[in-house]
Design a binder for this molecule. Structure first.
Ligand SMILES: [Fe+2]
Length: 499
């Protein structure tokens, strides 16, 4: 399949996501005092081109020798002129740099200059619909990058950062100034073709990624060396390939868990967002698909009852069994409804309580067993990055703690599952905080799971974002060091720590 065919496969998404729901999101009228219901939406108020810089001292004590930068990405600009987005995932991406060292936190954040945002800056309004918002007068979409707001994740690569979106080009970012250097082109053939937000990096630095072409039934696979040089690509047909957010790798396989989120086609001319075209089909199976890393061909596939997850923790092979950590959530439609409600400041429905699971796949019999993990309402799984594809005992996730107000969207608790000791440790930030993804930072020379947990949290009562460092072995003792920024960062998605 050549580049033109790849892009053509994507035209279906473009046509559907091109324009959208008539009208604009209602203007948010926020009280000066933010309450739990409006806390999430309030984090996006008045976000400009940059935030900071500022330098603040850590309270407590940073571990000896602990130094590095937590780079985070996430939706930030939700409103431009008279146009506003209705869904968190739509917001224009902003990269945050949180540099930690010498007892201090240095922060600055900067909007990503995607092709799309530069055109919209000139126009003074959003021109195209997004993932979950469409505009009655929105432009029709002719390529994935016209939807690409670069707002999901970060991949440090070859001395720079890539800002990653769901299904378009990656954006090259200067790690020091956070200036956007342009679109990342891995090869002429893949120029403009979807590249996921969740590449996986093997312990030897080899990078795996994929891109889905909604409506095509196809997924593009990428095999890159540690410097980001593209070695191989392949296009593979997969079931349930209309929205594929994450995958995992073992030493031998790429592992896809494909949920029944199915794209519908409409010919009625009504403007719809990409999300409007997606339907959750609980009556259809979820598929587990293994791709052999050596051949880039599907080696195993199995059906399981429908489940939904955006994210996976680690995966590894133990004997003839492949285990994959799945951050199972409420069904897709419920989850999307709550995110929209939280984004526009409506009272939201807390999604059904669902436990993350291990899927255990038998390579000989193709049987899949589900083993629920002792965590509930948990998301954003992270683990020791030195053990990607190898067994890990420590899994870091966010959860909704007991103190969390029903009206507040998101998570307020950092939780660490220790498989070896069969125990869960948690730290609850309290009722007035929404926590963001916390990453695992290994201790140099330490064994798997030995290190720190680092993350940001939004204290919506004080309208300040904090950055905390925990000992990964004693998260329940609370952070060993906390720094409080003098402002709020917009609630984002994923980050990477660069030591
Ligand atoms: Fe993600």
């Amino acid at each position: 399949m050549n580049r033109r065919d790849l892009l053509k496969s994507f035209a279906a998404v473009g046509a559907l996501a091109g324009s959208g729901l008539p009208g604009l999101a209602p203007a948010r009228t926020l009280a000066r005092e933010v309450d739990a219901r409006h806390a999430f939406a309030a984090s996006f108020e008045d976000v400009g081109e940059s935030i900071g810089p500022s330098t603040v001292r850590f309270e407590g004590r940073l571990p000896d020798g602990f130094a590095g930068t937590l780079y985070r990405n996430g939706p930030a600009r939700m409103r431009r002129g008279a146009t506003a987005y209705r869904h968190w995932f739509d917001g224009d991406g902003m990269v945050q740099s949180l540099r930690i060292g010498d007892g201090r936190l240095h922060h600055h954040g900067r909007m990503i200059a995607t092709d799309r945002s530069r055109a919209e800056e000139k126009a003074g309004r959003f021109l195209w619909g997004g993932f979950g918002t469409a505009f009655a007068d929105g432009r029709s979409i002719t390529s994935p990058d016209e939807v690409n707001v670069g707002n999901i994740a970060i991949l440090p690569l070859d001395g720079e950062l890539l800002a990653l979106w769901e299904a378009g080009s990656a954006w090259r970012i200067d790690p020091r100034t956070l200036a956007t250097r342009g679109r990342k082109v891995f090869s002429e053939e893949t120029d403009g073709v979807a590249f996921s937000a969740h590449p996986r990096v093997d312990p030897d630095g080899r990078i795996w990624s994929f891109g889905y072409l909604s409506g095509s039934g196809k997924v593009v696979l990428y095999d890159l060396d540690r410097g980001g040089v593209l070695k191989r690509t392949a296009v593979v047909e997969m079931p349930n390939a209309d929205m594929v957010h994450d995958f995992a790798v073992t030493e031998r396989h790429l592992v896809f868990v494909l949920s029944p989120v199915v794209q519908r086609r409409f010919d009625d001319g009504v403007p719809r967002s990409f999300l409007d075209t997606l339907q959750w089909r609980a009556d259809l199976p979820t598929w587990l698909v293994l791709v052999d890393k050596a051949t880039l061909r599907i080696s195993h596939r199995a059906e399981l009852p429908s489940l939904f997850a955006f994210h996976y923790g680690n995966a590894w092979q133990d004997g003839r069994k492949v285990r994959i950590e799945v951050a199972r959530t409420a069904p897709f439609d419920q989850l999307m409804r709550s995110i929209t409600q939280a984004t526009i400041g409506e009272s939201f429905e807390v999604p059904a309580l669902v436990r993350p699971v291990d899927l255990v796949f038998d390579l000989d019999t193709s049987r899949v067993d589900l083993e629920p993990l002792p965590l509930a309402h948990a998301e954003f799984p992270r683990f020791d990055p030195r053990h990607v594809g190898l067994r890990t005992d420590r899994l870091v996730m966010l959860a909704r703690g007991e103190s969390m107000a029903d009206e507040a969207f998101g998570f307020n608790c950092v939780t660490v599952l220790d498989r070896g000791r069969q125990r869960v440790q948690s730290f609850d930030y309290g009722a007035r905080v929404i926590a963001e993804e916390h990453v695992f930072v290994p201790r140099a020379g330490g064994r798997e799971g030995d290190g720190w947990v680092v993350g940001t949290a939004y204290d919506w009562a004080a309208r300040r974002t904090t950055c905390s460092v925990f000992d990964a072995r004693a998260v329940d003792a609370g952070p060993v060091a906390v720094a409080r920024l003098p402002y709020t960062l917009p609630l984002g998605l994923h980050g990477q720590f660069v030591a």
